[in-house]
Design a protein around this ligand. Structure first.
Ligand SMILES: *Cc1c(COP(=O)(O)O)cnc(C)c1O
Length: 375
């Protein structure tokens, strides 16, 4: 089976991990600090916070943004459930706004229509790796007394209008799950424009612990003393995994190029085929293609999906509209809420897309798709 996504691990990655395993530090140590600096430099941010998943990155983002009970968070339904679930866990009410039918990204107009006086964050997802218009979403959020959060789990290395993902949103989150553009096995990172927001995120990642003597409420307790000033969790990334991340980050440009080649080959093969739609992409975007979301006729999606899997092509569907999950249905969210996202979901099949995909595998995927769709 050719999987829909897969990590690429080479000898340098192995050595980086083995070196740390034999060092004094397994969890937070020098590799985490280096990794945080390297991520910040790569995405054009002042600093970054390494965490142990893309989900914890989102939770850190919402906590750092001060999201709490009574707040509203506007987001897209065409995403992994964590984008919304982590805000819901902070007590927010999730307001789903519909998508742009070409890219699958949150529609700026739909987000604007969803703003209320309670809106505190607008979270867009760079679906498949295609960045949203960061300037426009920032402006909308700031006019609305809210923060713009970018769930860039798909999009490390992507640029739009010459700007890197991570440079523009108030808070940007990344995931380093194995199928993503680079991996630490499990892991993620957060970047924030504002240093206070960043500090709040850094604290939330580590139980809310304060150790700086000038900030302690009771500074004369002894050298062991530390204080919790607000609740947090343990979302720390181990040094072992940060070392893998550092090594992977050096390979990310190569990964991006290979993903772009695969994307181009799929586009060429499918652009003019009746019934198929290739993923839309704004002309000023340069994505790191995490997914290749092909759209097929909705009434044939299940059959095509099943036949592809049976033929050894490990396709996936990204994503079940988030509010279809029973946890949201039980809160009163109904099907039909975001018709464009639901239609996108009904047609979508993610084809294999990863840096290690060989040309003969790409050809096999193309031939199999064409045979099933046209045959
Ligand atoms: C993968 C993903 C997440 C969650 O990341 P994990 O590292 O798997 O926790 C969140 N949002 C989106 C859009 C994702 O694709």
């Amino acid at each position: 089976m050719i999987p829909y996504g897969r990590q690429s691990i080479n000898a340098s990655d192995l050595k980086a991990v083995a070196d740390v395993l034999q060092s004094d530090w397994l969890t937070t140590g020098p590799a985490v600090i280096q990794f945080e600096e390297a991520i910040a430099e790569y995405v054009g941010a002042r600093a970054s916070i390494a965490v142990n998943s893309g989900t914890s990155a989102l939770h850190v983002a919402y906590a750092a943004a001060g999201i709490r009970g009574g707040d509203e968070v506007i987001t897209t339904p065409l995403t992994f459930v964590a984008t919304a679930a982590t805000a819901a866990l902070q007590g927010a009410r999730i307001v789903f706004a519909d998508i742009d039918e070409s890219t699958g990204n949150l529609s700026l107009e739909a987000a604007r229509d969803a703003v209320t006086p309670r809106t505190r964050a607008i979270t867009a997802v760079d679906y498949a790796g295609v960045p949203v218009d960061g300037r426009a979403f920032s402006d909308l959020a700031h006019e609305s007394n809210a923060l713009f959060i970018e769930d860039a789990a798909h999009a490390i290395g992507s640029t739009r209008a010459g700007r890197r993902v991570g440079e523009q949103a108030d808070i940007t989150t990344f995931s380093f799950f194995p199928t993503k553009n680079m991996t630490t096995a499990e892991g993620g990172a957060v970047v924030a424009l504002d240093s206070e927001v960043e500090l709040a995120g850094r604290r939330f990642r580590n139980h809310g612990l304060v150790r700086e003597s000038d900030l302690l409420r009771w500074p004369n307790e002894g050298a062991w003393h530390q204080e919790v000033h607000s609740f947090g969790l343990n979302y720390r990334l181990p040094d072992v995994l940060a070392a893998l991340g550092l090594s992977q980050l050096k390979r990310l440009e190569t990964f991006k190029q290979r993903r772009a080649e695969v994307h181009r080959q799929y586009n060429e093969a499918f652009a003019t085929v009746d019934g198929l739609r290739i993923p839309g992409c704004p002309t000023d975007a340069s994505p790191t293609w995490h997914l290749y979301p092909l759209r097929v006729p909705a009434d044939r999606r299940r059959e095509i999906f099943d036949r592809l899997r049976a033929a050894g092509v490990g396709v996936q569907v990204n994503y079940i509209p988030v509010y279809w999950h029973p946890v949201f249905a039980d809160l009163g969210y109904r099907r039909g809420l975001c018709p464009v996202a639901e239609e996108y979901y009904r047609q979508e099949i993610s084809l294999p897309m990863y840096a290690g995909l060989a040309n003969d595998q790409v050809e096999r995927v193309i031939e199999t798709v064409l045979q099933i769709v046209e045959g």
